[in-house]
Design a protein around this ligand. Structure first.
Ligand SMILES: [Zn+2]
Length: 280
């Protein structure tokens, strides 16, 4: 696990074992807010030890930015915490994550340390949930597009945004919507932020935000164009295979190379959606 202090009493954690998934902690005088957990139990426990033993505060709230198992499995290790998510994330956690856990346990015994799926206690829908921690004001609000249940966490005084999967080195739209995600990325880029904590990958610094946002918006436009070309082509597979990550303006080494597969899945998902739209 990699750990860094982003601002006074704001920490960022990144998995070294799974998809560079990230989590964050906002430390108050008496308790802490956690933003997501790390996928692998050992790493979540390492993060917990740092917060509870080294910094000496208990986690009172966990905000799950998305339902995905790699962000939420670790809820289990904070039995005293109240978990917050989007209402749709809660539904998906209930619907899917037990099976995901059982599959993970079959493949990797380390997941047997998780005895149950912890479901969010408090949900948000369209509005903003505000929390005060010490002198800081924290806003939790929807940032859909990568997934309909995506939410972000803004620490107003520090201009730090935990964006979850709304901001990634390579956008993920397998469950998402290109236009909605483009809009979300644009809105995020205009917030005047010091840092964006991506759901996976590294922290984006102020001077990098504009380029990172534009790169993601360009990528989304490009893959939409590829999907629309593929739908009209006699051999869609050929069009999709020709549109490599590099062709679409991104580096294949991002997220330790995982982006190659993610990119393929993006294209296939978009192609199928465009095909369906055309048939209607
Ligand atoms: Zn994710």
């Amino acid at each position: 696990m990699i750990r860094e202090r982003i601002a006074d009493n704001i920490y960022w954690f990144q998995s070294e074992l799974y998809a560079q998934v990230t989590a964050g902690a906002i430390i108050g005088p008496d308790w802490a807010i956690l933003v997501d957990t790390l996928a692998i139990p050992d790493e979540t426990l390492e993060m917990r030890a740092f917060i509870e033993e080294k910094l000496g505060v208990q986690v009172r709230y966990i905000i799950n930015t998305i339902y995905h198992a790699d962000h939420t499995f670790g809820n289990y290790f904070f039995p005293g915490a109240t978990v917050i998510s989007h209402v749709l994330a809660r539904e998906k956690i209930l619907e899917k994550n037990q099976q995901t856990l059982e599959n993970a346990q079959e493949q990797e015994p380390a997941f047997k340390r998780i005895n149950k799926i912890v479901v969010p206690d408090i949900t948000i829908d369209k509005g903003t949930l505000s929390l005060q921690i010490g002198k800081r004001n924290v806003s939790v609000y929807p940032t859909p597009g990568s997934s309909p249940d995506g939410i972000s966490v803004l620490i107003k005084e520090d201009r730090v945004l935990f964006a979850g999967d709304a901001f990634l080195p390579l956008p993920n739209i397998i469950e998402g919507d290109v236009e909605q995600l483009t809009n979300t990325i644009r809105l995020i880029s205009k917030l005047g932020l010091e840092n964006i904590v991506q759901g996976h990958g590294d922290v984006i610094l102020r001077g990098e935000i504009e380029n990172a946002a534009q790169s993601n918006i360009d990528y989304l436009a490009k893959i939409l164009k590829v999907a629309r070309t593929a739908v009209k082509h006699k051999d869609p597979r050929e069009v999709i295979e020709a549109a490599t990550v590099d062709q679409c303006g991104k580096s294949r080494v991002l997220l330790t190379g995982l982006v190659v597969e993610l990119h393929q899945q993006n294209l296939i998902a978009l192609y199928q959606r465009e095909k369906l739209a055309l048939e209607k």
